[in-house]
Design a protein around this ligand. Structure first.
Ligand SMILES: [Zn+2]
Length: 84
């Protein structure tokens, strides 16, 4: 995953920082996190809600079902991704 130099926030106080190793100017915390993106996607499998999150999470759902579990032996599956 690409690491961007903005969009990070201090894990302790929520102050804006510029990377996950940036020391917060407000509270001195060394830990910053990238907040979960506001745009969420919903994944439906065979018409049933399967999971939701960012696109990387949707990709994980897809990979897990299709690649890792070989579609659980089914002949076909129907993945539908909806932008929230
Ligand atoms: Zn802070």
């Amino acid at each position: 995953m690409e690491v961007k130099s903005n969009g990070f926030r201090c894990e302790n106080c929520g102050n804006k920082t510029y990377g996950d190793k940036e020391i917060c100017v407000k509270c001195g915390s060394e830990n910053s996190i990238k907040p979960i993106p506001k745009v969420l996607y919903k994944c439906y499998l065979n018409g049933t809600f399967y999971g939701g999150g960012n696109l990387n999470y949707i990709l994980e759902l897809f990979k897990d079902y299709v690649v890792t579990c070989k579609m659980y032996g089914k002949k076909e599956c129907d993945f539908k991704i909806v932008k929230d």
